[in-house]
Design a protein around this ligand. Structure first.
Ligand code: ZN
Length: 442
């Protein structure tokens, strides 16, 4: 036995074994690397269905956290013809990409088309080609805005008053109503397909600037504006002077320390309430105005609480302290004074959409009468109804008082059209309602 010759032979065997192991490892590693990502990227098209227009875009999003995105193509097929809208490669292979496809550039024609996308990841699987995901969506292209047919509407709309218009549209819409300047009054659709819209001739809009227009935006984003033909009537509002004696400020301002905190004089606090809190309260009315029934809940003339008229709608108030004018505001309801803590009736059938303290209005109830039409009762000493409660015309909803910015016991009664205050006088008048509202609704 030659022991000497054993050792080198064994050494050579070890080298082969090591080499073999390295080779096996390399093959396994390469295999693992090759097999590592066999999953296609995620790919989504938004929208994936429905209607699009010239102002629309289609979002294409692809994601692959394992190997990144190598390329993305998007194409459109219409009447058998395919057009490539995007063909992009990403040398950095980002984990996620998102592209916006501008449809105006696609020069589409009205009708259905298919949009398809393909995304490839950075994997070396499939002999280096990577994994591919495909997605497609059938969409309808609509370039035409809806057409508006006006059935009827109020002809004589008075400054500070209300108008109504009934109309139909040629196609479904995502938004429609009347614009007066930049104020939007939503329309409400009846079961017969007729849209009904109450709008205001807002007290602050000059006669020459009042040009209400129906606006309709279809599902593809195409917009139509159609000016209403009517005859507006101007109205001069009264001027009124309100003196602010220290006795009033001393008794009233402590109530507002919670809303307007901080060290300041009573007059300074009064001015903050009269300007800033008033503004906030009016903005809140717009939001409450959207909490409304699609159908009318009211019937006939609105009921007026018995009592003596005080301040009127639209009064231009000049506030004086120590003989000098310190503020100017517009009074946007009608003040009615009776006995102290007099029972307040609901002006018409409806649902309570607000019953709480609200800044200048004090304890306040707002009743919804449907289609954006609401009534407001302010300065109450007592609220007798709860949020969501259904009330009938004449039902007692609270008692008059002096809460909020009120000097003496009275009811501040307001009518709101989608949150914009209008003159209540028209709504108390059965003749006005017949001539300008009910006879105008088909
Ligand atoms: Zn008032």
């Amino acid at each position: 036995m030659n022991l000497a010759s054993e050792a080198p032979r064994k050494k050579g065997g070890q080298i082969y074994l090591l080499f073999g192991l390295v080779l096996v490892c390399a093959v396994v590693a390469a295999g693992w690397f090759y097999m590592r990502d066999r999953t296609a990227p995620s790919l989504t098209l938004t929208p994936s269905q429905g209607v699009v227009g010239a102002s629309s875009s289609v979002q294409v999003a692809a994601e692959d956290t394992a190997s990144g995105i190598r390329s993305l193509t998007v194409s459109m097929t219409r009447s058998g013809r395919t057009t490539v809208l995007l063909d992009k490669t990403y040398p950095d292979k980002p984990g996620a990409v998102s592209e916006s496809i501008d449809l105006a550039a696609a020069e589409l024609k009205d009708g259905t088309f298919e949009i398809s996308a393909a995304a490839t990841d950075g994997s070396i699987f499939n002999f280096g080609a990577g994994n591919k995901a495909r997605a497609s969506a059938e969409l309808r292209y609509d370039s035409k805005p809806p057409s508006v047919s006006v059935a009827s509407g109020t002809i004589y709309v008075k400054r500070g008053g209300t108008g109504v218009v009934a109309y139909t549209l040629s196609e479904p819409v995502q938004r429609t109503g009347v614009f007066v300047g930049d104020v939007f009054f939503p329309a409400y659709k009846r079961a017969d397909g007729v849209y009904v819209c109450y709008y205001a001739f807002p007290y602050y809009v000059e006669f020459k600037d009042f040009a209400p227009a129906i606006e309709a935006e279809d599902l593809a984003g195409n917009e139509r504006r159609r000016k209403l033909s009517l005859q507006p009537k101007d109205h001069e509002f009264r001027h009124d002077v309100i003196n602010l004696p220290d006795s009033f400020l001393d008794s009233k301002m402590p109530d507002f320390e919670g809303i307007v905190p901080g060290e300041m004089t009573n007059l300074e606090r009064f001015l903050k309430v009269n300007r800033e809190v008033r503004k906030d309260n009016r903005a809140a009315l717009i939001g409450i105005g959207r909490k409304t029934a699609d159908l009318p809940l009211w019937q006939g003339a609105f009921q007026r609480m018995a009592g003596a008229p005080r301040a009127g709608f639209g009064d231009q108030r000049s506030y004086r302290y120590d003989g000098k004018e310190v503020d100017r505001q517009t009074h946007l309801g009608v003040d009615i004074a009776s006995l102290q803590h007099y029972p307040v009736p609901a002006a018409n059938d409806g649902v309570v959409v607000f019953a709480d303290f609200m800044g200048i209005y004090g304890n306040c109830v707002i009743i919804d009468h449907g289609q954006g039409l609401q009534t407001l009762y302010a300065h109450l000493s007592e609220i007798g109804v709860a949020l969501g409660e259904t009330v009938a015309k004449g039902q007692i909803i609270g008692k008059t008082g002096v809460t909020g910015m009120a000097g003496g016991d009275h009811l501040h009664f307001g009518v709101l059209v989608s949150g914009i205050p209008v003159s209540p006088v028209e709504w108390w008048d059965a003749g006005w309602i017949r001539d300008n509202v009910t006879s105008k609704l088909p």
